[in-house]
Design a protein around this ligand. Structure first.
Ligand code: CP
Ligand code: NVA
Length: 315
């Protein structure tokens, strides 16, 4: 573990674009190791005496609880800081917040709107900054997703993952992470809601070294055909509430239901980062059905993030 840390200690985790395929695989190996210890009740006090500040500018259930519990299980502590309650919400700059936090704590997790705000925080912080979701990316979620896929399928490289729905933060991080570990990532989104061009270009570039493949499509059936993994996410992300009605109309043909999944491999698994809206992006029969691994996926947020926290923050 300590040898591995040389490559990771003190780094930020802002996007999976900053991590190589091998580094992502290392994080997943450390996560599996930490999970195993946890299941065997073997303590992992790698962050004794360390504190993580968690800044939330958006709501959260999983991210908040998994980071808080993760720090506790690693022997450290965490501080939940809602932007409503700290001076950041009253106009103190991101840069000053970063400078002050760096004098008190050992790492910062932030959930915010603009990727650039988080990058600004990281630029002015002397300690690791971890992305707990921005409008553009959600790397911790995708580390948990890859861990879950590896557990259920025994491998990552060569698998086909179909993401159906909005070309959002989840789609972006799946493109980045999946391409780096050699997966075939097929995204189906309506025109006007397709993933960011720069992210798609980065994902395509990553395929050259990994043997992965990236496709951006409009047809959900083409994406799901022969898929080992089917993923979707909400149609209206946090911050887009005013567009909700319009989005229901646009995305209805992209619902993950049994008609669509009949085109996947017979042993496909279904993932959703949650929270889910049954009857919108996915039907109850799929998310609550035998192919769904969403509860394992949610649990793996804890284990994947404990690996990230340890690699970035342990002495
Ligand atoms: N999947 C996820 O990040 O969930 P929360 O919004 O509840 O943190
Ligand atoms: N795309 C969703 C993910 C929530 C975890 C959002 O940004 O709201």
């Amino acid at each position: 573990m300590l040898a591995l840390q040389n490559k990771f200690k003190g780094r930020h985790l802002l996007t999976l674009a900053d991590y190589s395929g091998d580094e992502i695989k290392t994080i997943l190996e450390v996560a599996a190791h930490i999970k195993q210890k946890h299941k065997s009740s073997i303590p992992t006090p790698y962050l004794q005496g360390k504190t993580l500040a968690m800044i939330f500018q958006k709501a959260s259930t999983r991210t908040r609880v998994s980071f808080e519990v993760g720090m506790y299980q690693l022997g450290g502590r965490s501080l939940f800081l809602s932007s409503k309650d700290i001076q950041l919400g009253r106009g103190e700059t991101v840069a000053d917040t970063a400078r002050v936090m760096s004098r008190f704590v050992d790492g910062i997790m932030i959930r915010t709107f603009a990727q650039s705000d988080m990058e600004e925080l990281a630029r002015h912080a002397d300690i690791p900054v971890i992305n707990g979701l921005t409008d553009l990316t959600h790397p911790c979620q995708i580390l948990a997703d890859l861990l879950t896929i590896k557990e259920h399928k025994g491998k990552l490289a060569g698998l086909k993952l179909a993401y159906v729905g909005d070309g959002n933060n989840i789609a972006h991080s799946l493109l980045l992470g999946g391409s780096k570990v050699g997966m075939h990532v097929a995204v189906a989104s309506p025109r006007g809601y397709q993933p960011n061009d720069t992210i798609v270009r980065l994902a395509k570039e990553a395929c050259a070294g990994s043997g992965g493949r990236v496709e951006v499509l409009t047809d959900p059936v083409a994406a799901v055909s022969g898929a080992d993994v089917v993923v979707t996410d909400v149609w209206t992300s946090m911050g887009q509430e005013a567009e909700a009605e319009q989005r229901v109309k646009v995305f209805t043909p992209y619902q993950v239901n049994s008609r669509l999944t009949s085109h996947a491999k017979p042993d496909y698994i279904f993932l959703h980062c949650l929270p889910a809206h049954r009857g919108e992006e996915v039907t109850a029969e799929i998310i609550d059905g035998p192919h769904s691994v969403v509860w394992d996926e949610a649990e793996n947020r804890l284990h994947a993030q404990k690996a990230v926290l340890t690699l970035l923050m342990a002495d």
